[in-house]
Design a protein around this ligand. Structure first.
Ligand code: G3H
Ligand code: 13P
Ligand code: ZN
Length: 307
C-alpha cells in the first residue's frame, strides 16, 4: 500500500481506543523487521526517523526503503519525522515524501513553542501533512526531587488544551513521567496517569507517548549475557503502557527496545559462532529479534488487525 498520512492511522486509533506503534528505523533491516511484523499482524504502523537517522542513511534512501517495503508487504504505514528540530528539517522531509512530521519545540518557553509549532502546522498543512507537537519535557523528571520542580516538567492539562487549539497540531506528545533511553527510572517506575486522563478529557486529538520502551527483562538479559553493560536499565512496565492507552494515548514511540534486541542478537551470534563473518548472518539475527519485539508491541498496543 502507498504510504498514508499519520492522521489516517491515528484518528481511528483515538476513536477506537488502541495505540499504534511508532518504531524508529535507520536502515534496511530494521525497516524490514518493523514492516514485516506489521504485515503479519495486519496492523497499521508508523515508521519513525530521527534527524540523526536521516543523517546516517539519507533522505532518499530512507524514503525509498520505507515506501517500497510498505507497498511490497501491503502495510498501512506512515513515514514520520521524529523530533523535528526546525521548520527547515520539516520542509525537507515533506519535499522528500514523508507523510507525517513532528516539530519538537518543547525546550522553548511556552509562547515560542506555540509560535514555532503554529508556523510549522501552517506550512505542513498546505502540503496535506499532519503535525505532531510536544508540550512538557521528557528528560530528567526522575532527578527532580522537589514536587514543584517535577510538576514543571510534566504537561499541564489546561495549557495542553490551549496549546492544541492555538497551534492546530494534529497530535500532541505529552510528558507524564517517561524519558528516552534505557534508564528511565532510578526508583519504582511511575507514570502520572491521572494527569494523562485530565489531558485526554480536554484534548481530543491523538496523544503521543515518547520514551515508552519497556526494556523487557528477556531482551535485556540476552544482551547482558553476551557482554552488554547496562546496569540499572529500566523501562516503562507493560501494565503502565496499557493504562496509558486506556486513557487516550494513541501513538507509542519505541526505539530503545529495538536497539537492545539488535545488540543482544548480534552479541549472541558473535559470541557463539566466532567463525562467522558474513554480515547477513549477524544482521539477519538482529532483524529477527527486532521483528519479535515489534510483534509483541503491536499485540500489547491493541493495533493487531486494525489495518
Ligand atoms: O527520540 C529519540 C530516538 O530514540 C532517536 O534517537 O536521535 O539517536 O536517532 P537518535
Ligand atoms: P525509547 O527510548 O523509550 O524507545 O523512546 C523512543 C522515542 O520516544 C522516540 O521518539
Ligand atoms: Zn521521542
Amino acid at each position: 500500500m502507498a504510504l498514508v498520512s499519520a492522521k489516517d492511522i491515528l484518528v481511528p486509533a483515538r476513536e477506537k481506543g488502541y495505540a499504534v506503534g511508532a518504531f524508529n528505523t535507520s536502515d534496511l533491516e530494521i525497516s524490514q523487521a518493523i514492516i514485516s511484523a506489521a504485515a503479519e499482524l495486519h496492523a497499521p504502523v508508523i515508521i519513525a526517523t530521527s534527524s540523526s537517522a536521516i543523517e546516517y542513511a539519507g533522505y532518499t534512501d530512507l524514503f525509498n526503503i520505507v515506501k517500497h517495503l510498505s507497498e511490497h508487504f501491503g502495510v498501512k504505514a506512515a513515514l514520520h519525522l521524529d523530533h523535528g528540530a526546525d521548520l527547515e528539517t520539516v520542509v525537507r522531509c515533506i519535499k522528500h515524501g514523508w507523510t507525517s512530521v513532528m516539530i519538537d519545540a518543547s525546550k522553548l518557553e511556552y509562547g515560542s513553542n506555540v509560535a514555532t509549532t503554529s508556523e510549522v502546522v501552517r506550512i505542513a498543512h498546505m502540503a496535506g501533512v499532519p503535525v505532531e507537537a510536544e508540550l512538557g519535557r521528557l528528560g530528567g523528571v526522575e532527578d527532580k526531587v522537589r514536587v514543584e520542580e517535577r510538576e514543571a516538567f510534566l504537561t499541564d492539562p489546561g495549557q495542553a488544551q490551549e496549546f492544541a487549539q492555538r497551534t492546530g497540531c494534529d497530535s500532541l506528545a505529552v510528558a507524564i513521567g517517561t524519558s528516552h533511553g534505557a534508564y528511565k527510572f532510578k526508583a519504582d517506575p511511575r507514570l502520572d496517569i491521572e494527569r494523562l486522563a485530565d489531558i485526554s478529557q480536554r484534548v481530543r486529538i491523538p496523544l503521543v507517548l515518547h520514551g515508552a520502551s519497556s526494556v523487557p527483562e528477556d531482551v535485556l538479559a540476552r544482551a547482558a549475557k553476551y557482554g552488554a553493560k547496562l546496569p540499572g536499565a529500566k523501562g516503562v512496565p507493560e501494565d503502565a503502557v496499557k493504562a496509558a492507552i486506556a486513557k487516550g494515548i494513541s501513538k507509542i514511540n519505541i526505539d530503545t527496545d529495538l536497539r537492545l534486541a539488535f545488540t543482544g542478537a548480534v552479541r549472541q551470534i558473535l559470541s557463539e559462532k566466532p567463525e562467522i563473518f558474513d554480515p547477513r548472518k549477524l544482521i539477519g539475527e538482529a532483524r529477527k529479534a527486532i521483528k519479535d519485539v515489534v510483534k509483541r508491541k503491536i499485540e500489547l498496543f491493541g493495533s493487531a488487525g486494525q489495518a
